[in-house]
Write a protein that binds this ligand. Structure first.
Ligand SMILES: NC(=O)C1=CN([C@@H]2O[C@H](COP(=O)(O)OP(=O)(O)OC[C@H]3O[C@@H](n4cnc5c(N)ncnc54)[C@H](O)[C@@H]3O)[C@@H](O)[C@H]2O)C=CC1
Ligand SMILES: CC(=O)C(=O)O
Ligand SMILES: [Mg+2]
Length: 476
């Protein structure tokens, strides 16, 4: 995947002794280390030193580090700071709160704050449903994590999880007009998480659980669903499952196989893997084999993880034993939500004709798509830099948009299936091909189609609280 990362750029701030030709040594050192100078900016010029920012195109972070070391070794040169566009884009965080009403006078203040606001408070106290019309509740989602399963980075804690949660909040707003707040909890105790989320729920129209490790995530979500009257949706489970089903529906069409006939291997039976398997079953697929670190999840074995016990009893109809090596033999599709480089080319070669591979571990997939390419009929990853990005970003903005529009009490199976069909339907018959089984996350029709289908399903299944309205995109 190296060539895909060649566009990475670092910005190195150098303090350079002001003695004539040092810059030519700097340029030579960068060139000799394989870097390309993209831009040079003068930050400060004194008689003895100049400070310059040098933007350098590098292959990857390790390559950038080598170039920085080469520069630091030059006489008369001091490396002051190294940044890259990724870190620069995160300076100060990625979101902010903006007022919708401007306060310019004391009179304004008496309307939107005290004493005026007291009338609104009393109205809501008398009729709590009014919170949906008179507060941010109608359009606001809490993105809640405990930092225990952040992307594929593992248990990195709540503070380190914040950039991802800010990112989700940013995407909620940009893609679907939903106001989302990142909430990173400094506890991993399920009881405490349930208690805290219940306690903050009054201000929100929905709860998006994110990057909470399995199997704890299942219990936390189930308890919150039972106890709250707003949608509780664990994105890594259901958002991912919805998008995988959409992608698999279209991939099956590309290879000319019936969805229900596919033999599917799911690798990584955690939050995403369990929900994907359940969703594929709901869509009619019967032959699913799950593989985790312990090998194939099979009947007759006892697992400490209660979800694996359930999984063993409901999947693997041929009762295969062994490892991924045994599961993959003759499989039509591999769905990876596990860890980097788990799937080898040798595995892909053992799959059925026209294999479908969704290698979705982030940030590094189960197999390098370039290595797999010659052996697969359809290849998808969770990444933005390859075709067929199967990422829950295709689901969560639209599904919450639809749920908030109709003030849904929950996001149920019918709404998830509707979302999957809506995503798949955005790719027309004429457009469908191996490198376009799933629409781009930037295709505006995705959020529109998902929100409309989800809202419709909410009304049909009786979970919508609001009378049917003409759809407006959320600012009504
Ligand atoms: N593309 C997308 O939209 C999404 C991608 N993901 C990615 O999927 C991966 C898993 O995410 P979650 O289910 O939330 O995490 P999780 O922690 O709940 O589950 C991961 C599972 O993979 C298993 N696993 C780890 N290494 C393995 C190996 N070498 N072989 C087999 N199984 C292995 C773990 O034991 C665990 O059961 C992460 O890399 C995450 O970034 C998750 C959600 C959405
Ligand atoms: C995309 C996402 O939610 C994850 O990798 O955890
Ligand atoms: Mg996630």
């Amino acid at each position: 995947m190296a060539q895909r990362l060649a566009s990475m750029r670092i910005i190195v701030r150098l303090e350079i002794e002001n003695t004539g030709s040092i810059f030519s040594y700097i340029a030579t050192a960068i060139g000799a280390s394989g870097g390309d100078i993209v831009a040079v900016d003068l930050i400060q010029s004194r008689r003895d030193v100049v400070v310059r920012d040098i933007t350098i195109a590098v292959e990857n972070r390790a390559h950038g580090d080598r170039i920085v070391q080469a520069l630091a070794a030059l006489p008369g040169v001091k490396v002051v700071n190294v940044s890259d566009r990724i870190f620069l884009a995160h300076l100060g965080g990625k979101i902010e709160v903006k007022p919708r009403v401007q306060v310019k006078t004391r009179d304004d203040l008496s309307v939107v704050y005290t004493p005026g606001v007291a009338d609104v408070c009393r109205a809501i106290a008398e009729d709590p449903a009014k919170a949906f019309t008179l507060t941010i509740k109608r359009n606001t989602v809490a993105v809640v994590t405990d930092g225990t399963a952040v992307l594929g980075l593992g248990n990195i804690g709540p503070a380190a999880a914040l950039p991802v949660m800010e990112g989700k909040a940013m995407l909620f707003k940009q893609f679907a007009g939903v106001d989302a707040f990142p909430i990173c909890l400094d506890t991993t105790d399920p009881d405490e998480i349930v208690r805290i989320v219940k306690a903050i729920a009054p201000a929100f129209g929905g709860i998006n659980l994110e990057d909470i490790s399995s199997p704890r995530c299942f219990e936390i979500e189930e308890r919150l669903k039972e106890e709250l009257d707003i949608p509780v949706f664990h994105d890594d489970q259901h958002g991912t499952a919805v998008v995988v089903l959409a992608g698999l529906m279209n991939a099956a069409r590309v290879v000319g196989k019936e969805l229900a006939d596919l033999r599917v291997v799911v690798c990584g039976i955690g939050a995403a893997g369990v929900a994907i398997s359940k969703m594929l079953m709901a869509a009619g697929i019967t032959n699913i084999v799950g593989v985790d670190r312990v090998g194939i999840i099979e009947r007759g074995k006892t697992y400490e993880n209660p979800m694996w016990q359930w999984y063993a009893e409901h999947t693997n109809p041929e009762n295969r034993h062994g490892t991924l090596d045994d599961a993959i033999e003759g499989a039509d599709a591999f769905i990876g939500v596990s860890a980097p480089n788990v799937l080898k080319v040798e595995h892909v070669k053992k799959m059925a004709k026209d294999p479908i591979v969704f290698a979705m571990a982030n940030p590094v997939p189960e197999i390098d798509p370039d290595e797999a390419a010659p052996y697969v009929a359809v290849m998808a990853t969770g990444r933005s830099d390859y075709p067929n990005q199967v990422n829950n970003l295709l689901c969560f903005p639209g599904i919450f948009r639809g749920a908030l529009n109709c003030r849904a009490r929950q996001i149920n199976e019918a709404m998830k299936l509707a979302a999957a069909r809506a995503i798949a339907s955005v790719v027309s018959d004429e457009e469908l091909h191996a490198e376009y089984i799933i629409p781009s996350v930037f295709n505006k029709r995705v959020v529109e189609a998902v929100a409309a289908a989800v809202e419709q399903a909410a009304y049909e299944t009786g979970v919508a609280r609001r009378e049917r309205q003409p759809r407006t995109g959320g600012d009504d």
